[in-house]
Design a protein around this ligand. Structure first.
Ligand code: ACO
Length: 325
């Protein structure tokens, strides 16, 4: 039986120029390079220039993804941006990206699932592409997390960074089995009862202010390994594959200890895990496509390999996608 699959045909990443090291942060809050490295694996992060908006980062990543796919902005008929740090309350950042890239009239909207945003956005794009309703989709994760930080709170401000990653998704004919190229399965979850563990304390209809990120880090940590392992198992089952068959795990990059904990729990070989948290820190919805772009560009990820993307973030939300690249 012939089926339509959502195939990733191009990947691109963008990091702002300014590098902020752990040593730099010791001048801002009472912390140390040693504490940050030992507790998180983070060595540095990037910070967007004051004149850059999140759409600027998204556009840079999108241009690279389009070039990798051999497509032009004029081909794009669907844009989904996963972000928790939009340019404006409205319009959606996706619409601003559409204008800046010069894409024609099409569908464009944002997805807000915080660090799980890219996994949510890719799964949402599948609903268009695999039903023949989009021919060339841009799925982007872009964040300027450094602008949501309380720079007096050392337990959060050392963890986050800025960046963007994008993929081009196009329909491809498959046979309906696990040898197909494209998205094979996913699992998405949300549990609003855990909102207080990780949130931003402002918003349009409450305080009228943007607010700052608040996190009970050790509580989030406790849920992370269990939730992510469950989502990985569920997504693999949805795709009809075994976790052992996955060639590359591309996790949301929050904390090296979480990545290690998940790998240990599921018996995943750590050599199969793409790790960028040391250089990028936590870039929320951007972290998965940024890590994917890095591993594609350095030649680790090859066409035909099975990838598993997974994330957990504010909400709490979490989820995973399985795709053959
Ligand atoms: N430098 C030095 N000391 C610090 C710092 C710092 N930057 N931050 C906290 N500390 C201190 C605390 O004050 C505390 O001191 P005390 O014992 O004297 O009270 C001590 O370090 C231990 O604090 P914990 O919070 O218990 O440290 P923990 O080992 O849990 O590590 C961390 C904290 C890194 C935040 C960890 O809990 C974590 O990574 N949590 C998960 C984060 C995550 O995955 N978030 C989800 C995605 S983000 C999103 O969705 C937007």
């Amino acid at each position: 039986m012939s089926v339509l699959r959502s195939v990733v045909t191009g990947v691109g990443g963008y990091l702002p120029d300014e590098v902020v090291t752990n040593a730099d942060l010791t001048k801002v809050v009472d912390t140390s390079d040693e504490w940050i490295r030992e507790r998180t694996g983070i060595r540095q992060r990037r910070r967007a220039a004051p004149e850059q908006a999140v759409s600027d980062l998204a556009v840079e990543a999108a241009r690279k993804a389009l070039a990798a796919a051999g497509r032009e902005p004029s081909d794009v008929d669907l844009i989904i941006v996963a972000t928790t740090t939009p340019d404006l309350t409205f319009p959606a950042t996706a619409v601003i990206v559409q204008r800046k890239l010069g894409c024609p009239v099409g569908v464009a909207f944002d997805v807000q699932a915080v660090c799980s945003g890219f996994v949510y956005a890719l799964s949402t794009a599948d609903g268009f592409v695999a039903r023949g309703r989009a021919k060339c989709a841009l799925v982007i994760g872009a964040e300027i997390m450094t602008r949501l930080m309380d720079w007096t709170d050392r337990s959060t401000c050392v963890l986050f960074g800025d960046g963007a990653g994008a993929v081009v998704v196009e329909p491809g004919e498959g046979r309906g089995d696990t040898t197909d190229q494209g998205l094979l399965g996913f699992a998405l979850r949300a549990d609003g009862s855990k909102q207080d563990l990780l949130y931003v304390d402002g918003g349009v209809s409450t305080t009228g202010q943007v607010g700052k990120l608040r996190m009970q880090g050790n509580q989030v940590f406790r849920h992370a390994v269990v939730n992510i392992a469950e989502a990985i198992t569920a997504a693999a089952a949805d795709a009809g594959v075994l976790v052992e068959e996955v060639d590359w795990f591309i996790p949301h990059q929050a904390n090296l200890r979480i990545l290690d904990g998940v790998a240990k729990r599921l018996g995943i070989d750590e050599k199969k895990v793409v790790v960028t948290v040391g250089e990028h820190a936590n870039t929320s919805a951007a972290s998965i496509p940024l890590a994917m772009a890095q591993a594609v560009n350095d030649g680790r990820i090859q066409r035909g390999q099975m990838l598993l993307l997974e994330a957990m973030g504010g909400g709490l939300t979490w989820g995973a996608c399985v795709l053959r690249y």
